[in-house]
Write a protein that binds this ligand. Structure first.
Ligand SMILES: *Cc1c(COP(=O)(O)O)cnc(C)c1O
Length: 433
C-alpha cells in the first residue's frame, strides 16, 4: 500500500486520531513533528534544530543515533529481533542479566525482564506478595509508600503513585488501597530532620502484619515533583523494613544508570533493597525494556513453594533486540567518563540556575547530579513557555510549576550553556523579569 497520508495532511490526521501522554485528544496543543535526531539535537520537519534538555524522559543518555548502539541493534536484527522467552532463551538476555548483576549491589542476583517501567513495578509488587505467600504469610498484601511518588501508569503502579497527582479519586474502585506516609522534606544538602520519618515509622509499626513491601524512588522523586531528599531517610526506611519484616522495593527507573552521580541512587545511602526496578536509560533510550532484580532468598522462596513459579510472563519478555541495545548502552556508559560528565553538568547547572533563586516567582532551585530544576511559585503557561523554548532552539518540557532539564550525558559545554541560557531566558520572560 502506498502512503495513506501526504506531507500536507499527515500532521492534521495525527492530531485528530492519536493520543499523546497526559493530554486530551481533542483540542490539545499540536505536538512538534520530529524528522530525525542526532547527538543532543532534535531536527523538526521544518528544519529547525533543538537542543534536547529532556533525554526523552531520562532515557537517551548517550544522545540520539549513536553509532555503537546502532551497530549493536543492526547486528542483532540480522540474528533475530524477537523470540518468545517461554521455554527458549538467548545470549543477549544472559549477557544483560550478567551486566545488571555485576553493577547492582551484591545480593541482587535474580532478574526478571519486562517491557516497560510500569510493568517492572507491577512485577516487583507481585514478587513481594508472592514471596510472603510462600513464607506462609498470605495476609501481607499491601504496599507502604511515600506521598509525591511516581511509579508508572498501569493500575498496580498507579495505586502507589501520589494519590492527588495520580488522580486516585477517578479510579477509586479500581485501585487497591495502599498506605501513604508523608513525603520527606526536600533538601539540597544531606541535612536530616528526624521528624521526617515519624509518620512512616508509625505506619510500619501499626500495619506491618499486612504490609508486603515498601516501594519508593530512592533520593529523587521524579515525575511526582522533582523532589530530592536526604539519604538518611532511606537508611531509616531500610532499618524499619528489617525490624518489621517488610521488603524494600527501590524504584530506580528514573535514577538508575548514573543520573544522580552514582550508578544507582541507593549507593548514596549505602542501602541495598530487596527488589530493584530498572528501566528508562537501560537501553540508552533505544527500545522499551525494563528489569526487576531481586535476591536469591526471594527467588528460592517463590520457586520452592506452590505454585512453584512466579506468575508473570509478558509476550515480549527479554526481547533480544532490546537486550542487545541495553548491553551496548551499558558498555558505552561504563567506558565513558560519566562521573566527570555528571559533575560538570552539576557545576554548570549551578552557575546558570542558582542566580534564579532570587527572582520573584521562583520558589526553589534544585540541582542533583544531571538534574537541574527551577520550581516556580505558579504553574507555567505551557503553550507560551513551550513556544519560547522552541523559538530559542531548545526542547524543555515543564510540568506544573517545574521547569527542569536532564540532558544526555554527552552534551558538550557549548550546548549545555546554550540550553541553560535559553531555559533561564524563557523563564525570565514568562515571569516578566
Ligand atoms: C517513568 C517511571 C516509571 C514508569 O516507567 P514507564 O516505562 O513509563 O512505564 C516508573 N517509575 C519511575 C520512578 C519512573 O520515573
Amino acid at each position: 500500500m502506498p502512503n495513506l497520508l501526504d506531507d500536507s495532511n499527515w500532521l492534521e490526521f495525527e492530531k485528530n486520531h492519536v493520543w499523546h501522554p497526559y493530554a486530551p485528544l481533542e483540542g490539545a496543543l499540536p505536538p512538534y513533528p520530529v524528522k530525525n535526531a542526532q547527538g543532543v539535537h532534535l531536527t523538526l520537519e521544518d528544519g529547525r534544530q533543538l537542543i534536547d534538555g529532556m533525554s526523552s524522559w531520562w532515557s537517551v543518555i548517550h544522545g540520539y543515533n549513536h553509532p555503537v548502539i546502532n551497530a549493536a541493534a543492526k547486528a542483532q536484527l540480522d540474528e533475530m529481533s524477537h523470540v518468545m522467552f517461554g521455554g527458549l532463551t538467548h545470549r543477549p538476555a544472559a549477557e544483560l542479566a550478567a551486566r545488571l548483576i555485576t553493577l547492582t549491589p551484591e545480593p541482587l542476583t535474580r532478574v526478571f525482564f519486562c517491557d516497560s517501567g510500569s510493568v517492572s513495578v507491577e512485577v516487583a509488587i507481585k514478587i513481594a506478595i508472592q514471596y510472603w505467600h510462600s513464607k506462609g504469610q498470605p495476609g501481607k498484601q499491601r504496599m507502604l509508600t511515600i506521598r509525591r511518588g511516581y511509579h508508572g501508569d498501569t493500575c498496580g503502579a498507579m495505586a502507589v503513585c501520589d494519590p492527588e497527582t495520580g488522580m486516585h479519586h477517578l479510579f477509586a474502585e479500581a485501585l487497591p488501597k495502599h498506605l501513604f506516609a508523608e513525603a520527606p522534606t526536600v533538601t539540597k544538602d544531606a541535612e536530616w530532620r528526624d521528624e521526617d520519618i515519624a509518620d512512616f515509622r508509625n505506619l510500619v509499626k501499626q500495619n506491618h502484619s499486612e504490609i508486603a513491601a515498601v516501594i519508593l524512588e530512592p533520593l529523587v522523586q521524579g515525575a511526582g515533583g522533582m523532589r530530592f531528599y536526604a539519604p538518611e531517610y532511606l537508611r531509616q526506611v531500610r532499618s524499619l523494613c528489617d525490624s518489621y519484616d517488610v521488603l524494600l522495593i527501590a524504584d530506580e527507573i528514573a535514577t538508575g544508570f548514573g543520573r544522580t552521580g552514582t550508578l544507582f541512587a541507593c549507593e548514596q545511602a549505602e542501602i541495598v533493597p530487596d527488589i530493584m526496578c530498572l528501566g528508562k536509560a537501560i537501553t540508552g533510550g533505544y527500545m522499551s525494556l525494563a528489569a526487576t532484580l531481586t535476591t536469591s532468598e526471594i527467588s528460592q522462596a517463590i520457586s520452592r513453594n506452590a505454585p512453584k513459579a512466579f506468575m508473570h510472563g509478558p509476550t515480549f519478555m527479554a526481547n533480544p533486540l532490546a537486550c542487545a541495545t541495553a548491553n551496548a548502552s551499558i558498555d558505552l556508559l561504563l567506558d565513558s567518563p560519566w562521573q566527570e560528565r555528571i559533575a560538570r553538568m552539576s557545576e554548570t547547572f549551578f552557575e546558570h540556575l542558582q542566580p534564579c533563586q532570587d527572582w520573584g516567582g521562583v520558589a526553589d532551585v534544585r540541582i542533583k547530579g544531571g538534574i537541574g530544576v527551577l520550581e516556580l511559585e505558579q504553574p507555567v503557561d505551557m503553550p507560551s513557555i513551550t513556544m519560547r523554548f522552541v523559538d530559542k532552539g531548545v526542547w524543555v518540557r515543564p510540568f506544573g510549576k517545574l521547569v527542569y532539564v536532564m540532558p544526555p550525558y554527552i552534551i558538550n559545554d557549548e550546548e549545555l550553556n546554550s540550553l541553560l541560557t535559553a531555559m533561564t531566558e524563557a523563564v525570565a520572560e514568562e515571569l516578566c523579569i
